[in-house]
Write a protein that binds this ligand. Structure first.
Ligand code: NAD
Length: 477
């Protein structure tokens, strides 16, 4: 970027940021009616421009329309409808009980908008992960600047159009650009930063936020494990794992990154996985590359990265059980299942974020649990078993942002549940009420009576009465 371009973008950022700071003060006292009206405008734009959203996302990485409808559009419209339905209740102050020492007081939590928010979005669900957080920001009464991903330029331009046609830029604005633009934005003292992306960049975001003590929500990624217990319904599990893994060409933060399967059912499960890939993406035997139901990798950098992960694993002794075909200029990479894995392979170190599925056998559950616990805390964990004791044990002995029993990735669609990671896979939660909370300050308010209060006898000079009250408090409460 030329210096003059930089100066222009900086000026634009300064102007929008100042206008939003003024607007944020007005939004502080905004009613649920006003916020609902804003959400309805957003919903209406999405409905009217449904076809344009499909075209933009498809142009970016050939994502099939049914996948766009579910994972980009439905998730956002359901988030909006959920917020519209519940917003009045969410915004109501919540009374809290009064402890004995505070007798005579009343306390409650009042939810106020944090102020001006920055939303930085990734490319893998480019519409959903920019507009989903905007729903929570508007519900909470914040203003927002959105920085979409530069890797999905068609969707980025569409998001800009959406925002320009729907909101005044003092309320919501889009600033497009690459890392440098992101860093210019990060230098501003935002009241909240909502970032979705990789753990590596998450650390950069948190450092920048620390300069201004901006609060953060970090929606990151990681290696989400899937356990297939010997008491799993193997066919059902294979169908669900293959769908969640190869949706979006494996570029999903909560995709099953790798599978741990009980040795006694491993061979059977592998053959079911392979058959399921054929059933979903090659039903007429015309080749997966010709399937209209399979997306592409986002760019050639990622095609090369996936190819490298596979060849590194093969070089170190991995076996390609199925798949492996690819066409780099087309960014096509066949759903690929790999076995015979070891910890020194790169594929078993960082999040794969592509259509490679490692399948590892385990002899007993403890081994699987230890394997997971030795890695950074995952965003999601999936367990397939009909055994309730095993379900309880795995939930108790592992940690992850979310967990799903007998399915994969569905937790993203349940907007009553908080969505997010833990440490390396994320900080803070999103969706529904939890998204509203992320953009709200939970102000604690206490009202005291005038005159004699329950705490005045404790004031100096410290005498016998105060002492007796303190002794009583220490003894009984
Ligand atoms: P990324 O971290 O590379 O980029 C995300 C955003 O950050 C982009 O808008 C980019 O412009 C900006 N950015 C990149 N480098 C930056 C820097 N040095 N300084 C400031 N800004 C910078 O992530 P990505 O490749 O777009 O997305 C993939 C990652 O996102 C995966 O790790 C995936 O697991 C994660 N993800 C998480 C969730 C979730 O909800 N937890 C959802 C989707 C993706």
């Amino acid at each position: 970027m030329m210096n003059t371009d930089n100066d222009m973008i900086q000026e634009q950022i300064n102007e929008i940021f100042s206008a939003q700071k003024v607007q944020a003060l007005k939004m502080r006292s905004s009613t649920s009616l006003l916020r609902i009206a804003l959400l309805k405008k957003l919903l209406n734009w999405i409905k009217v421009n449904h076809e344009d959203i499909r075209r933009a996302v498809y142009a970016d990485f050939k994502k099939p329309y049914p996948e766009i409808d579910i994972s980009e559009i439905y998730v956002v419209t359901s988030e909006i409808n959920h917020a519209i339905k519940h917003l009045e209740g969410w915004m109501k102050s919540k009374k809290v009980p009064t402890p004995i020492i505070m007798l005579g007081t009343k306390s409650y939590i009042q939810f106020e908008p944090k102020g001006t928010a920055l939303i930085i979005a990734p490319w893998n669900y480019p519409f959903n992960l920019a507009i989903g957080p905007l729903v929570s920001a508007l519900a909470a009464g914040c203003t927002a600047i959105i920085k979409p991903s530069e890797m999905t330029p068609h969707t980025s331009a569409l998001i800009r159009r959406l925002v320009e046609e729907t909101f005044d830029k003092s309320l919501v604005a889009v600033v497009e650009g690459e890392i440098q633009v992101s860093q210019m934005l990060l230098a501003k003292p935002f009241d909240h930063i909502f970032f979705t992306g990789s753990p590596t960049v998450g650390k950069i975001i948190m450092k920048a936020a620390a300069e201004n003590l901006s609060s953060v929500t970090l929606e990151l990624g990681g290696k989400s494990p899937t356990i297939i217990d010997l008491k799993a319904d193997l066919k059902d599990a294979a169908e669900k794992v293959i769908y969640a893994k190869f949706l979006n060409c494996g570029q999903t933060c909560i995709a099953p990154d790798y599978v741990l399967v009980h040795e006694s059912v491993k061979d059977k499960f592998l053959s079911l996985l392979k058959a399921q890939v054929e059933k979903m993406y090659n039903p007429k035997n015309k080749g997966i590359e010709n399937s209209r139901d399979y997306a592409r990798l986002v760019n050639s950098k990622h095609s090369k990265r996936i190819k490298h992960l596979l060849s590194d694993a093969k070089m170190k002794g991995a076996i390609m059980y199925s798949g492996g075909n690819n066409n780099e200029p087309e960014k096509y990479f066949e759903p690929t299942i790999i076995t015979n894995l070891t910890g020194d392979m790169e594929i078993m170190q960082d999040e794969i974020f592509g259509p490679l599925l490692p399948v590892i056998g385990y002899a007993d559950l403890e081994e699987a649990i230890n394997y997971i616990n030795l890695k950074p805390k995952p965003l999601a964990l999936y367990l397939f078993t009909t055994d309730k004791e095993i379900q309880k044990r795995v939930l108790k002995e592992t940690t992850s942002g979310g967990a799903v029993i007998n399915d994969c990735a569905l937790n993203f669609l349940q907007n009553e549940l908080p969505f997010g990671g833990v440490n390396t896979s994320g900080i803070g939660k999103a969706h529904g009420y939890h998204g509203f909370l992320a953009f709200s300050n939970e102000k604690s308010v206490m009202k005291q009576r005038i005159g004699m209060t329950s705490t005045k006898p404790l004031y100096p000079p410290y005498g016998i009465t105060g002492r007796k009250i303190i002794d009583g408090l220490l003894k009984w409460f």
